[in-house]
Design a protein. Sequence first.
Length: 178
Amino acid sequence: MVNSPGAVARSLHYWGSITCLLPVLVVTVTGTLLLLKKELEWVQPATVKSTPGAPTLSFNQILDVARGIDALSVTDWQQIDRLDVRPDKGVIKIRATNRWEAQINHTSGAVLKVAYRRSDLIESLHDGSFFHSRAKLGLFLPSAMVLLMLTLTGLYLFLQRFRFSHRQRRVKRHPATR
């Protein structure tokens, strides 16, 4: 027996929604948090502004400051994930591999702020790399394809219902024109 396009679309829509439920939930929640990261201090610490200008600290001075901040747990450059230099704000952000961030004045080395930074963790959850290096392409990409299929089958089902109800209204108005 050959299934109608509507029956196939309903079946694909039903099973596809169950299949990609968890990855879509993760992407939706983390995507919302990432959209709000500048507004939510819990996700990403706000940048403290200092005197703008060219930074004068050397890399060795930056490392010495980082070593003095207990939360960073830095002993050498291996524990520093990245430096983010913001001359227009007068600050250097030191991000440690343990996800803690320190913001220091770019000329004096004074510690302006120390906070836990969750945005990188949330981003790795969002793209699937948190779960496994292959989850990004092996789970989240197929889920995105299923979500695309859900969109298309949902549109098809909506248009079918719209066409059917339009046809029903036309028959009620003009019963002789079937």
